[in-house]
Write a protein that binds this ligand. Structure first.
Ligand SMILES: O=C(O)c1cc(=O)[nH]c(=O)n1[C@@H]1O[C@H](COP(=O)(O)O)[C@@H](O)[C@H]1O
Length: 231
């Protein structure tokens, strides 16, 4: 198993609430993820605040634009010193290749670069409305192969797809899986979900977990319980 597979998703509109949660968490037990809401509200200073507290950060901005724009955005993420960042695989091969190339000057200091396949909130019916008339899993496989061809480090996908993707793409291709729900927690808007031990057994390298930790009465206890369930 990867060391520190748990990525805690910070989805807050109040910086102090986020920092209060971070103070309760242990950087030896997890990494953190900041997404569009918090980065739009609090910007690069939040990234610095998180790094100052000793956590690795996944900057989850899911870039999806023309190749030149995405390449510059990914380089800007590298300048912030983040541990991982991402693009949408549906941006296409040229876009992903440009993003990868933009990280070359950063050498071993470059963030891990991954691509989102099909969002875990989407079902086969949602894809049909987009004119994609294949099961979500088939579309995930197609996008993941394209991501590997572009030279990225891995994909974001559902843990339900992990076993098949590992056998298709090899063990070194990283699988980052949101839609993680410990037994008894509410699925909320997630459709394709798994428990933390199931996700690791299926081949997930990193588990993105938000509300089951951030909305818990005792977030550190929730993190510890998940951590222990993986030992
Ligand atoms: O890229 C992501 O992190 C992501 C991709 C995806 O397909 N589904 C997904 O839920 N996410 C993120 O994972 C986190 C899941 O949070 P919870 O549903 O609260 O555990 C959120 O921050 C989402 O933005």
């Amino acid at each position: 198993m990867t060391t520190k597979p748990i990525l805690v998703a910070l989805d807050y509109d109040n910086k102090n609430h986020a920092l209060q949660l971070i103070e309760k968490l242990d950087p030896n037990m997890c990494r953190l993820k900041v997404g569009k809401e918090m980065f739009t509200l609090f910007g690069p200073q939040l990234v610095k605040d998180i790094h100052d507290r000793g956590f690795d950060l996944f900057l989850d901005l899911k870039f999806h634009d023309i190749p030149n724009t995405v390449a510059k955005a990914v380089a800007a993420a590298a300048e912030l010193g983040v541990w991982m960042t991402n693009v949408h695989a549906s941006g296409g091969l040229a876009m992903m290749e440009a993003a990868k190339k933009a990280l070359l000057p950063y050498g071993d200091k470059a963030p891990m670069l991954i691509a989102v396949t099909v969002l875990t909130s989407m079902s086969d019916d949602d894809l049909k409305l987009l004119g994609i008339n294949v099961p979500a899993f088939e579309h995930v496989q197609r996008l993941a192969k394209l991501t590997q061809q572009a030279g990225l480090d891995g994909v974001v996908c559902s843990a339900q797809e992990a076993t098949a993707l590992k056998s298709l793409l090899g063990k070194d291709f990283k699988l980052v899986t949101p839609g993680i729900r410990p037994v008894g927690s509410d699925a909320g808007d997630q459709h394709r979900v798994m428990t933390p031990p199931q996700a690791i057994a299926a081949g997930s390298d990193y588990l993105v977990i938000g509300r089951p930790i951030t909305k818990a009465a005792d977030p550190l206890a929730a993190l510890q319980a998940i951590h222990q369930s993986l030992a």
